[in-house]
Ligand binder design. Structure first.
Ligand code: ZN
Length: 256
């Protein structure tokens, strides 16, 4: 699944390619966005592209917005005019062609087009916690939400809960806790505010580096059974939380 770093990179890419352009809109595949029809964006100028956690928002003139969430397999590609697409047009929900570039969405968990005010009241956006990649990210607000939610919940689960902190996915959950040397199996109630702040700061730093480099760190992710790159202990993994997402950690140097 695309995590916040990939979504922010996509937002910047589409922004650089199309913001200020008047777009022509086509829907090559079978699926259609929810809400207004795709043709309602045809001929409008793209004014701004925004990411919020794992959500992407394309703001157009006339106060219209396209809201996209990529789920496990979706993606946005940016092409030059006439360039061959890397996925089949039958999988494309929407193509936005502007001056010298075209942004094409291939699938995702949902896409919706609507009036901006109404769309921004969508519960899927309203319930989001602070965006870990926002310049205004405030760990105190995330910690307050964690303390209010489920004190017996585990750190690894809390990092994935988009209503507590938005943008972290399965890779950065494990890598961030490893970087901060905290065991992701610990319950929130056993962690000090300072410890949670440290893991959020470490995760944010790793994600910001990935936004710039385009490469996600995989020091322990999917490396169960291998020696820890820090201390040499065998790395472990387990399915964590209701969704049984796999968490990786080092029992040697991540404090319990
Ligand atoms: Zn270790």
């Amino acid at each position: 699944m695309a995590e916040g770093d990939s979504i922010l990179r996509m937002a910047r890419r589409i922004d650089g390619a199309l913001t200020g352009s008047r777009v022509s809109v086509t829907t090559p595949g079978r699926r259609r966005p929810e809400g207004l029809s795709a043709s309602s964006l045809d001929g409008l100028v793209l004014e701004r592209v925004e990411s919020r956690g794992k959500h992407l928002l394309l703001h157009f003139e006339d106060d219209l917005t396209l809201h996209s969430h990529l789920g496990m397999h979706g993606g946005w590609h940016v092409y030059r005019p006439g360039q061959r697409w890397r996925r089949s047009p039958s999988q494309a929900w929407i193509s936005l062609a502007g001056d010298g570039a075209e942004a094409v969405n291939f699938g995702g968990s949902f896409m919706r087009i609507g009036g901006r005010k109404r769309l921004l009241r969508d519960p899927r956006l309203v319930r989001l916690g602070p965006d870990i990649l926002s310049p205004e990210f405030d760990p105190a607000e995330s910690i307050a939400r964690m303390r209010r939610s489920d004190p017996g919940g585990e750190l690894g689960e809390a990092l994935l809960d988009q209503s507590l902190v938005a943008g972290i996915g399965n890779i950065f959950k494990s890598e961030g806790a490893f970087e901060a040397q905290l065991d992701p199996n610990r319950r929130l109630e056993s962690l000090s505010d300072g410890e949670i702040t440290a893991v959020l700061a470490a995760t944010r730093e790793l994600m910001l580096a990935a936004v710039e480099s385009g490469r996600q760190p995989k020091r322990i992710y999917r490396r169960a059974g291998e020696p820890c790159p820090r201390c040499g202990t065998r790395l472990e993994s387990r399915a964590q939380g209701d969704d049984a997402r796999i968490t990786y950690w080092c029992p040697g140097c991540q404090t319990t």
